[in-house]
Unconditional design. Structure first.
Length: 199
């Protein structure tokens, strides 16, 4: 049976810039779950999280002509998603202290001792959550996050089907989300989620 062709991220971004909606759907399918996971954890609302995902990808589509110049789409998506979710939380949050903490953390570009401590603690909690994963899920998550491989590339590397990779990644993200929710809260939880799911 002949396999369907796979495309590099650069090729997909080029196709999207030309208005290829099927390429955009492929990009959406590859990344939407990460954004949804963070948005849902922070809003506790499935409809609100779904709206955020749609809004974020609409922003990307509206600026699709800029995509070919992007060297790392994951980093680009991280910035767009983080800013959008952050701004939505500011609009909706009734927790003024938490909103102020978010504002200080993300708008202050200086590396302070407090920031270093939070980032160190977040890295520790994320690593703990990853270590708790079953071996196959751990391997898929690491290839996705640490090496930046797509589902198709992971499938080829591990000799699995793309659907199997998707299921492993989905279960891994859910277990990591539950672990982080148990171990962290407030600003620390936000940092953990953005690092584990978006970055």
């Amino acid at each position: 049976m002949q396999s369907s062709p796979t495309y590099t991220e650069s090729e997909i971004l080029q196709q999207i810039a030309l208005g290829d909606e099927s390429a955009f759907r492929a990009l959406f399918n590859e990344h939407w779950q990460n954004i949804y996971g963070v948005a849902y954890m922070l809003t506790k609302s499935a409809p609100m999280a779904e709206d955020m995902v749609q809004d974020i990808f609409l922003k990307i589509w509206m600026k699709k002509e800029q995509l070919p110049a992007i060297e790392n789409f994951r980093n680009y998506l991280f910035i767009v998603a983080r800013n959008h979710i952050f701004n939505e939380l500011k609009k909706r949050s009734t927790d003024i202290l938490f909103t102020d903490q978010l504002l200080d953390y993300f708008h202050d570009n200086k590396t302070t001792p407090e920031k270093k401590l939070l980032q160190k603690e977040a890295s520790h909690l994320i690593q703990q959550a990853i270590d708790r994963l079953p071996q196959q899920q751990k391997m898929v998550y690491r290839l996705s996050r640490e090496e930046g491989l797509s589902r198709n590339e992971i499938a080829e590397r591990l000799e699995l089907s793309p659907n199997t990779v998707r299921n492993h990644l989905s279960k891994a993200l859910e277990m990591i989300r539950q672990s982080l929710q148990h171990d962290a809260s407030g600003l620390l939880l936000w940092i953990c989620l953005t690092e584990a799911f978006l970055a």
